[in-house]
Design a protein around this ligand. Structure first.
Ligand SMILES: Nc1ncnc2c1ncn2[C@@H]1O[C@H](COP(=O)(O)OP(=O)(O)OP(=O)(O)O)[C@@H](O)[C@H]1O
Length: 255
């Protein structure tokens, strides 16, 4: 029996004036999967993400999380329910250390969710939880450095750390390797690969780079002109001539 999807969009649509940027997209995301959302520039990928995370409000259709309709909820309300989006965090404290930044988020989440259960929110447990998050993103060695002194790649890792400290059910990455130098890319890919080890997580990834998609995705969804035009197993989607030529701009030989 198939599990109920964690996240689902149904006929999700947004119009900007006369332009339909996301066009009646129906798609369900299962727990424990990583889905890459691909398509040419302007296909509607980021807009689709914005509709899921709440930065934009839909013109029609709905978004549900564990069956609850969240279409009209604000970004913080969606975050609270478990939608986490990486690289959108503006709340890094540059003059605090990596560890202090992580502890602040862990503490804030703890206060939010466990305030009546003092044991769960005890000081020792918060510290341990922060160390666990730091270990997961492989930042223990840099934990005492101030954020301002971190290399760019480590700042990205810290952003992932703050995301997972929020304990989201759905983790969204919009071009996580964009702007990275070639030597920084493998670490962030390893990190995202590692996030899949926790099978409670559902990961959505917007990405252009085929090698990244190939190494991470369990499934590929293709958007074109705002509409969902292909959805399935990565190999099959990548190999399909229509997708290669029309939507990914590749020659079949590149696959
Ligand atoms: N706030 C907005 N107002 C008007 N048009 C918008 C707005 N946001 C996006 N669009 C339009 O919607 C379409 C989809 O844009 P979107 O950024 O979602 O595409 P994308 O697939 O993420 O592209 P890219 O790969 O280049 O990032 C584009 O035609 C874009 O110009």
């Amino acid at each position: 029996m198939t599990e109920h999807p964690v996240l689902e969009t149904t006929d999700l649509t947004i119009r900007f004036g006369g332009h339909v940027a996301v066009d009646s997209v129906s798609c369900a995301f299962q727990r424990g999967t990583l889905t890459a959302i691909v398509g040419p520039n302007g296909a509607g990928k980021t807009t689709y993400f914005n509709l899921i995370s709440g930065q934009l409000r839909a013109s029609a259709g709905r978004v549900t999380l564990n069956g609850e309709d969240i279409t009209r909820l604000s970004v913080p309300e969606r975050t609270e329910r478990g939608i986490g989006r990486a690289f959108q965090l503006t709340n890094l404290f540059p003059n605090l250390t990596v560890r202090e930044n992580v502890r602040l988020v862990v503490q804030a989440v703890s206060g939010r969710r466990y305030d009546l259960f003092s044991r769960a929110g005890s000081h020792v447990e918060l510290i341990e939880r922060a160390e666990h998050v730091l270990a997961e993103v492989k930042l223990l060695d840099s934990a005492d450095r101030t954020v301002a002194a971190l290399p760019h790649g480590d700042q990205r890792k810290l952003e992932v750390a703050l995301l997972i400290a929020l304990k989201p059910q759905v983790l969204m990455f919009d071009e996580p390797t964009a702007g990275m130098s070639v030597d920084e890319v493998p670490a962030i890919l390893d990190l995202i690969q590692g996030l899949k080890a926790d099978h409670d997580r559902t990961i959505l990834l917007v990405e252009h780079k085929m090698d990244v998609i190939r190494s991470l995705a369990d499934r590929i969804v293709v958007l074109h002109n705002g509409a969902l035009v292909a959805d399935g197993d990565p190999q099959a989607v990548i190999a399909s001539p229509i997708v290669q030529e029309a939507y990914l701009g590749m020659e079949p030989a590149d696959a």
